[in-house]
Ligand binder design. Structure first.
Ligand SMILES: *Cc1c(COP(=O)(O)O)cnc(C)c1O
Length: 332
């Protein structure tokens, strides 16, 4: 199957803009920093998951789904956009959230509620058990006679990653039009689907930038394994003969910016959110892009990127979660 032949919904506002962050670059005394504004994909308040869901949602329709099932944490951007796509398609959405209901309904959880998601809390803090709970909910829906379409955590499948192979193509056109040749493209890494799609797209195009991922949850070794698998599956889905699809030398993965754990903002993450808001009027998020930017700032301070280099930061969205972290963001 070729990319252009894959069933796809058209929900995102594309192409997302490129933004030159002159004041941020000056404040850091560093490279020329640009943002690819995937926080502005628009649909359901935007972010990177919308690109994945254009393909996953179209597949749900093709399979005749009666409901969509997915899951994650209460502040999941993936869940929020999945619910939005389901409602757009006229489908129910059952959402499995780990742990128990937080005392306040804020940020993404509030949006899920407004859209009428069927929310189930696992009352189990072990995130690794979530996939099991999602599958069990799918079985329950089947027993109720509703045909479920299951979207795994983060939409990290070959079909979801194809959304970011398409993004690499979109970006290539923009770079040509702007006569811009970034040396590096840096993004936050969670379930790995975004970066895997970019790996396939940039290999296919023989793009000149070096990919850099800042992981916010998994250790580097696990990220590399997942990237290898997902990139291979995505290239196979799209019928791309790339040999090798994934060359670890093509991608740098940093796992030193996670801090105490996934979803817990570090002081450096909060500093990065404030700096970008104050220099550019752009909002990062406390779970993904704040930590990725903290990584970029640290790497610049270590001298990893020269002043004459250009770094493109993929802003993957996520700012609804800011409102669920106001206490941490306001302590200084
Ligand atoms: C999910 C998410 C990511 C990570 O993308 P993956 O494809 O899961 O690696 C990055 N930023 C934001 C805001 C996200 O919601």
């Amino acid at each position: 199957m070729k990319l252009a032949n894959l069933p796809r919904l058209h929900l995102a506002t594309l192409p997302t803009p490129l933004h030159r962050a002159k004041r941020l670059s000056a404040a850091l005394g560093g490279p020329d920093i640009w943002f690819k504004r995937d926080d502005l994909t628009g649909f359901g308040l935007g972010g990177n998951k919308v690109r994945k869901l254009e393909f996953l949602g179209a597949d749900a329709v093709a399979q005749g789904a009666g409901a969509i099932v997915t899951g994650a944490g209460a502040q999941s951007n993936h869940v929020r956009t999945t619910v939005a796509v389901a409602r757009h398609l006229g489908l129910a959405c059952r959402v499995v959230l780990h742990s128990s209901r937080p005392p306040e309904t804020q940020g993404n959880l509030l949006l899920d509620e407004l859209m009428g998601a069927e929310i189930v809390f696992t009352d189990d803090t072990d995130r690794s058990q979530l996939d099991r709970h999602i599958i069990a909910e799918g079985e329950r829906l089947k027993a109720e006679g509703r045909k479920p379409y299951i979207i795994g955590r983060g939409g990290a499948s070959a079909l979801g990653s194809a959304g970011y192979t398409a993004c690499a193509l979109e970006l290539a056109g923009q770079l040509v039009a702007k006569n811009l040749q970034p040396d590096h493209l840096l993004c936050a890494v969670g379930s790995c689907g975004t970066l895997a799609g970019l790996i396939v797209g940039s290999r296919w195009l023989q793009a000149g930038y070096h990919l850099q991922g800042v992981t916010v949850s998994r250790p580097r070794g696990e990220v590399l394994e997942r990237l290898q698998r997902l990139a291979g599956e995505t290239a196979a889905l799209l019928d791309l003969a790339l040999d090798p699809v994934f060359d670890p030398a093509q991608v740098a993965i940093y796992d030193g910016y996670i801090g105490p754990g996934y979803g817990i903002p570090t002081p450096e993450c909060i500093e990065a959110i404030r700096l970008v808001a104050q220099t550019e009027g752009i909002f990062l998020d406390p779970v993904y892009t704040g930590k990725a930017m903290a990584g970029l700032i640290d790497l610049i301070r270590q001298g990893q990127f020269g002043r004459d280099e250009t770094v493109l930061f993929l802003h993957t969205g996520g700012w609804p979660a800011l409102f669920a972290h106001s206490d941490e963001l306001m302590t200084e």
